[in-house]
Design a protein around this ligand. Structure first.
Ligand SMILES: Nc1ncnc2c1ncn2[C@@H]1O[C@H](COP(=O)(O)OP(=O)(O)O)[C@@H](O)[C@H]1O
Ligand SMILES: [Mg+2]
Length: 188
């Protein structure tokens, strides 16, 4: 995939299908360590040990009969080919955490892309669920953070549904502008 935001969309859609009611997306770009960490945490149904092993082993055990898709293996490969690390942990009935690390300066690191599109696609598709995004930039002289939480938006808009066209458009611009401001000229 050409953008990490599209990988994130795919990984969060797993959480949505796993009946999570809340999904947290943590994005931290540490320019001092030259390391970008993306973590997706859900409170969905989780996976048993056997399934967990299968989803990460996809490339080493490729078979034509593979029933599960390639979302997780592709995200893992994107991380590792940039010189980063990948980890997934899950507990049945508790939830799942997917963590991918990227070397920011690697020429093999895929750009972050449009997180406002990923977030609005998720919100429009599952307005009843809650999505939280914590976006953090660390530089030599400061740390900047932007936190987005659909629970806060829902409280503010009261009777208007969060998947209302105007609300979604406003959320899209809001996320885009805040990410830009948090980046402060740095490119991800
Ligand atoms: N967050 C999650 N919670 C529960 N099960 C998951 C989660 N993420 C992935 N899975 C399981 O792992 C499988 C593989 O996921 P993925 O590689 O994204 O492929 P696909 O979504 O196309 O099946 C899913 O079909 C699902 O069974
Ligand atoms: Mg998937």
């Amino acid at each position: 995939m050409r953008e990490l935001s599209l990988h994130i969309l795919d990984i969060v859609q797993n959480s949505v299908r796993a009946d999570a009611s809340m999904i947290i997306i943590d994005i931290e770009a540490d320019f001092v360590k030259d390391y970008l960490t993306i973590r997706i945490t859900d409170n969905g149904k989780g996976m048993d040990k056997e399934t967990l092993k299968k989803v990460t082993d996809a490339f080493t055990t490729t078979r034509k009969t593979r029933k599960v898709g390639m979302g997780i293996p592709l995200f893992k490969m994107a991380a590792e080919s940039s010189g980063g690390e990948f980890d997934i942990s899950s507990k049945e009935g508790m939830g799942t955490v997917v963590k991918a690390g990227f070397k920011i300066s690697s020429i093999d690191r895929v750009p972050l892309g449009e997180m406002e599109e990923t977030m609005t696609t998720l919100i429009s598709g599952s307005p009843e669920k809650d999505f939280i995004m914590n976006y953090r930039i660390v530089t030599e002289d400061e740390e900047r953070e932007f936190n987005f939480d659909t629970r806060e938006i829902k409280e503010e808009i009261e009777d208007i549904p969060i998947d209302d066209y105007e609300i979604v458009s406003t959320i899209r611009s809001y996320i885009k502008e805040n990410i830009k401001a948090t980046n402060g000229g740095l490119v991800l």
